[in-house]
Design a protein around this ligand. Sequence first.
Ligand code: ZN
Length: 502
Amino acid sequence: MFRHLALCCLFSFTLTIYSAAELRAAELTAGVAKVDITDMQAGPVNDRSYVRALVISDGTTTAAIVTVDAVAIGEIGRIDNEYLGKVRGEVEKTLGISPANVMINASHCHSVVRTDVDELTVQAISQAAAKMVPVQVGVGVGHEDRIMENRRLQLADGRQIDVRHAYSLPPDEAVAAVGPIDPQIGVLRVDTTEGDTLAIVYNFACHPIQGVPGGANTADMTGYASDVIEQNMSDGTVALFVQGCAGDINPIDYKDVDHPRHAQTLGNLLGLSTLQAARKIETSPDATLRVVNETLPLPRADLAQRIIEMEAEREKLVNSLTGTSLNLKTFLPLVVKYRLSEEFPSYYSHRYLHDKSLGRSDLRHLDIENRKNMARYIDNIHTMEQITRVNTNIRLLRKHQADLVDGGKRMIDVELVGLRVGDFVLTTFPGELTVQIGKNIKQASPHEHTFVAGYTNGYIYYAPTADQLRNVGNAQEDSDCVLAPAWQAIYEAKAAQILSKL
Ligand SMILES: [Zn+2]
């Protein structure tokens, strides 16, 4: 009720401040471009990586939506911490677009891009700005739930761990539950007034890290998805993938060791599902274009105590390794034999019967001894697997703790953007938001078509929920994180405020 009231007030307010002539002049124009950013010198290339730009204007406000096939905007990978400032400075100087209105999202694929990616990004934005035409816009929602899974596993002992290549997974019986996914694809369609599609902006949450057989350079599943969309809309359509809250979302079958993993299979599905939604969208000359850009200080975590605890935990695990007569060479054949024939594993059955007829049980004793040693050996392996996870996580905690100490600041500033184009509403965050946070923000939003992008305008590593942060040291999202648990409530409140301004 209040929501409707607020919208009505906003609408009448808009009518009162614009004259009829100004209203007519408030027409949307837009241009798109894409530029290849693949580093061809860095090794074998499977498919190209691009920077894509959509410049959109209502005559008063101009915004640039830029997507990069790269791991992050700063901190990790080829894009350095100066990139965002350099691109924005140049774009402001040459095109007059306000830095606050230049939004750059990294798909988070692990491709290797050229070191002059800053200049190439400016090129893409300039090319888009140079060919702006009157446009109509529309919003739609697609659905895809076949290509991803939540990678955080809830263990029976209360801890959570991640499906990662850096971790061995725990024994199957230790896994009690899995987390949520967000199957929603948010789609903005931008058409020329002649009806040709200029741009498809689509938002979805999944780490694009499936790779291709042989490990060649790839823009991964979202690169393939964009290709599918671009090949199947109008000539020259540019499909801009905006990564969502993918912090704890992985490609499905990420740790498959029986079939070659290929990003194209997943990317094709995402592309087709996006197309299905995009084709249904009717565009209209709704000229609403709003950008809100705010900076929010968030509390940093002090990880010193947790590092001490984890070192103690590692010490305990190391000390729990017990002696066993077996080594890998003797253990593996025994596993096969004892699985193949539980009753007579060590020799043919007649030998056991022969023993029995003479009142002896030598083979039975041998089996008891072997089984005891195998159980110990397996326990040791599980403990060693745990140590690999603890080692990986201690390294992450130490890195972020060193940054905290070096920086000397207990707060970290993040840039948040709210963008509205017609009924398409997007809000951004410069880190790897986990999927529940995106779902919370969507649910609390006054706008029907609200989408959330992480990995935008900077990179501050993972941003898990306060609940997930009770698990620090066990999974990547909570260990590769600089935030204290209080951050979530502060951020979600701010995001709601930004959305209310759109
Ligand atoms: Zn990630």
